[in-house]
Design a protein around this ligand. Structure first.
Ligand SMILES: C[S@@+](CC[C@H](N)C(=O)[O-])C[C@H]1O[C@@H](n2cnc3c(N)ncnc32)[C@H](O)[C@@H]1O
Length: 211
């Protein structure tokens, strides 16, 4: 594993990013207590970054692929107007239970609709355009998620994809997940329908703007 950012610098960046708020502290503690891979949560820097992106594109409709216990979901929901909508997908019932609890408690929870089931099946049923899409689920489907999401993203809309550097494994793609991530990164960079930038935020974030 290659550390993308020096540990002390990462901590400094964290300490100089606004805290997410008390509800996120409790969500983090519960996720660490009850879930086996709590490190999947986006955390403060990426969470605030997603929220900032949602504000910058004036998002009214957001799609999230990979809700887990709802940290990134709630961060983005906070950026939506009162009548904004966030549709989020997952397959884990354990994660859903925790997420639902915090969505009910949050004053922004009414903007969120949870769609349980394989995300590709959920996406196939969506027709109204989205302003922003966050992709953070099973890596093997990343190229499929990209193609399907591009169809339902409005022109001028934004896709953010998490884990595109995959702890450095993309430098030598060997397993299926890494090959899928590398395929997506190459496809996006060559795709004339979009502009993109690959950022070294956390585990790598690809920002994709649809022309
Ligand atoms: C990295 S976690 C998402 C973390 C979340 N964004 C957060 O910040 O807390 C990935 C999630 O994708 C879900 N997932 C995996 N395969 C999926 C699929 N085919 N369809 C929908 N969700 C899936 C997993 O259950 C897991 O909760």
């Amino acid at each position: 594993m290659i550390p993308i950012v020096d540990k002390n610098l990462e901590q400094y960046a964290h300490d100089h990013t606004k805290p997410e708020g008390e509800i996120f502290e409790r969500l983090k503690v519960e996720t660490h207590k009850k879930m086996s891979s709590p490190q999947m949560q986006v955390g403060r820097i990426e969470g605030q970054f997603l929220k900032m992106l949602a504000r910058l594109v004036n998002a009214r409709r957001i799609l999230e692929i990979g809700m887990f216990t709802g940290c990134s979901t709630l961060m983005m929901a906070e950026a939506l107007p009162e009548d904004g909508q966030l549709i989020t997908c997952d397959i884990s019932l354990d994660a859903e239970k925790i997420a639902r609890h915090y969505f009910t408690e949050s004053p922004h929870g009414h903007k969120i609709t949870i769609c349980m089931g394989p995300a590709l099946e959920t996406i196939a049923k969506l027709t109204e355009p989205f302003d922003m899409i966050f992709i953070d689920a099973d890596k093997g489907n990343y190229p499929n998620y990209y193609e399907e999401c591009l169809k339902i993203l409005r022109p001028g809309g934004l896709i953010a994809v998490d884990n595109v550097l995959w702890s450095g494994r993309v430098l030598k793609p060997e397993d299926e997940d890494t090959i899928a991530i590398d395929t997506l990164n190459k496809r996006v960079t060559e795709d004339s329908r979009v502009e993109n930038v690959c950022l070294t935020v956390r585990d790598g974030m690809m920002l994709i703007w649809k022309k």
